[in-house]
Design a protein around this ligand. Structure first.
Ligand code: PRX
Length: 559
């Protein structure tokens, strides 16, 4: 097998850890204030600490959109976070309250999240493209009390269906019936009290999909910072002068952990790009900002690749020095393309919402085996287990498991102990990811698929049940089975198999209506790209449950 050797150059990890050495996360603790005080706050470590240590004038956020560029120093960020924190406090937000943030990629999204965290609230970032029902289901599940959003998103917030919501803040100046957090902030002090909490107190909630039921609320605690800081340092290799860009929205865990917390914990400059993907716009941001470390997803790399060499050659991309990928299988072709296009290897990383930080990665100092996600990072132990929880021989496929003692592991699944327990079917020792994998003789892990029916389209995690339920709400749909269909660019696309209720006949118009029905209620990425009408759906004989697996197979052979 082809092995790519590490590029020249020094990395943070070089002097700090040697391959084969044991690593204990306690080693990182002295980096933080709480090592001495015992009390912690993520926002303090991300923002205030840098100002106190004389880095206030350093650029923290650098925002680019089609019409605008903004630059925020750590001091600017601190002041604005404090003002917003004061406003939130004035309106009754306190420790442990849920504050949802529904905003586009913009510095305000960072400020809102950090302000909520500063006063001890649990922040729930929502993906900017969520539609009404996706927003409702999430806020409703945990009786969310506060929401920070913008006027352009208000028509996707079904206020009447959310009785728990007390105050809705908007980031615009005057919107009748809402609290303008931006104008109230102008009247507030630049200082705010930090709510010092315990390492295991709640920090954020992300809703995530599985194969059954509605999305579940995964809650993380402030202790995640130990691993988020350290992986920022060793995996992302963030250094003092780096200009760093993570392309994910904070509504996805990657955007929160590696778009907000990890870079700020490491004190670098974070680039934020507002707007949609286009190869021109993205290359332009890299050139203008001089991005050095870049964290994106295979779908984005594939789209850049297909945009062609002519487009790429128009930009100066020589500032790039470290490329990373997450969220879906990274094809070897992409790695080879990046070598040609940027002269750089792409470093794959593996983790999940539930894991709170990277666990398996291609460290910058290690050989890369294209097709493999890399090896467990220092301080993490992985294994491939059989159904009974016994280790599988190297080279054979089984369930990817992680020894459950890494610092960023989720704190709980909101009001769902049963779901939490389902990650530990063989006892507390091993966390079972739900991914199938092979580990080779050298400990490299190769992703083989999911053991459940979860769909991964462009790195976005979609539960078939949520899409099926939505389709069934349309009167034309009698039954629905939703699966992921392999796709060259997106990894998978959402495909729905349906049967129709008696009075309906299949035609393009109806199928388009069904697509829009899901898109307008949940989100564009959840809407089936393909819908196939069937006479009947394959089912289990005993329980009559729809067999998604059969549908998937059918799709593979082109039936
Ligand atoms: O199936 C794995 C896939 O994404 C799942 C986790 O999805 P989510 O919670 O949305 O988090 C995504 C980013 C942290 C995993 O169970 N996945 C994640 N990384 C990779 C991957 N599949 C293949 N290769 C990866 N590097």
């Amino acid at each position: 097998m082809a092995v790519l050797t590490p590029a020249e150059g020094s990395h943070n990890i070089d002097e700090e850890w040697k391959e084969g050495e044991p690593f204990h996360w306690e080693r990182v603790h002295p980096e933080f204030t709480w090592y001495e005080t015992g009390k912690v706050n993520m926002t303090y470590e991300c923002v205030d600490r840098h100002v106190e240590q004389g880095r206030g004038e350093k650029k923290a956020l650098w925002y680019f959109s089609e019409h605008e560029e903004q630059s925020w120093t750590y001091l600017d960020l601190q002041k604005e976070v404090n003002r917003w924190a004061n406003v939130l406090k004035n309106h009754g937000v306190g420790k442990g309250d849920f504050v949802f943030v529904f905003l586009p990629k913009h510095p305000h999204c960072h400020v809102a999240m950090l302000a909520a965290v500063k006063i001890g609230a649990v922040v729930g970032p929502l993906f900017e493209a969520f539609m009404e029902e996706a927003v409702r289901d999430r806020i409703k599940d945990c009786d969310g009390e506060y929401l920070i959003t913008s006027s352009e998103f208000l028509d996707r917030v079904p206020k009447k269906e959310l009785p728990s919501l007390g105050t809705i803040f908007v980031t615009d100046d005057h919107v009748e019936g809402y609290v303008s957090i931006t104008s109230e902030a102008k009247k507030e002090k630049e200082e705010a009290m930090t709510e010092w909490v315990d390492l295991n107190d709640g920090l954020n909630i992300h809703y995530t999909s599985g194969s059954t039921g509605k999305p579940k609320g995964i809650i993380h605690a402030h202790r995640v910072m130990i691993q988020q800081y350290q992986t920022g340092r060793w995996v992302l290799d963030l250094k003092e002068d780096d200009i760093y860009w993570c392309t994910a929205h904070p509504g996805w865990v990657t955007g929160t952990v590696y778009g907000v917390f990890a870079p700020l914990l490491n004190g670098v400059t974070t680039v934020i790009h507002g707007g949609r993907f286009s190869a021109e716009a993205w290359y332009d941001v890299i050139e203008k900002a001089g991005v050095s470390v870049w964290y994106s997803a295979p779908t984005a790399y594939r789209m850049l690749k297909s945009a062609g060499e002519d487009v790429r050659r128009r930009y100066d991309l020589t500032s790039l020095r470290h490329l990373l990928s997450v969220g879906e299988p990274l094809n070897p072709e992409v790695i080879y393309w990046a070598q040609e296009a940027f002269g750089l290897r792409v470093h794959d990383t593996w983790w999940m919402t539930e894991t709170g930080a990277q666990l398996i990665a291609n460290l910058p100092t290690r050989n890369i085996k294209p097709g493999s996600m890399g090896r467990p990072i220092p301080g993490v132990e992985a294994a491939v287990l059989d159904e009974e929880g016994q280790e599988r021989p190297r080279g054979e496929v089984g369930h990817l498991a992680i020894r459950a003692d890494w610092p960023a592991i989720m704190k709980e699944v909101w009001k769902n102990e049963e779901k939490y327990a389902s990650y530990f079917p063989h006892g507390e020792e091993w966390y079972i990811a739900g991914d199938l994998a092979i580990m080779d003789e050298d400990g490299y892990v190769f992703f083989q698929g999911r053991s459940d029916d979860m769909i991964n389209a462009s790195g976005e995690r979609i539960g078939p049940f949520e899409v099926e339920s939505k389709l069934l709400e349309h009167e034309a749909v009698a039954e629905a089975g939703v699966v992921g269909k392999p796709d060259e660019v997106r990894g998978e696309i959402v495909k729905a198999f349906i049967t129709l209720t008696p009075t309906y006949v299949a035609n393009e118009e109806l199928l388009e209506e069904l697509r829009l029905f899901v898109k307008r209620r949940l989100a564009a990425h959840a809407a089936p790209k393909e819908i196939e009408v069937m006479e009947e759906l394959p089912k289990t004989q005993i329980s009559g449950k729809i067999l998604r697996r059969k549908l998937k197979e059918r799709d593979r052979v082109g039936g």
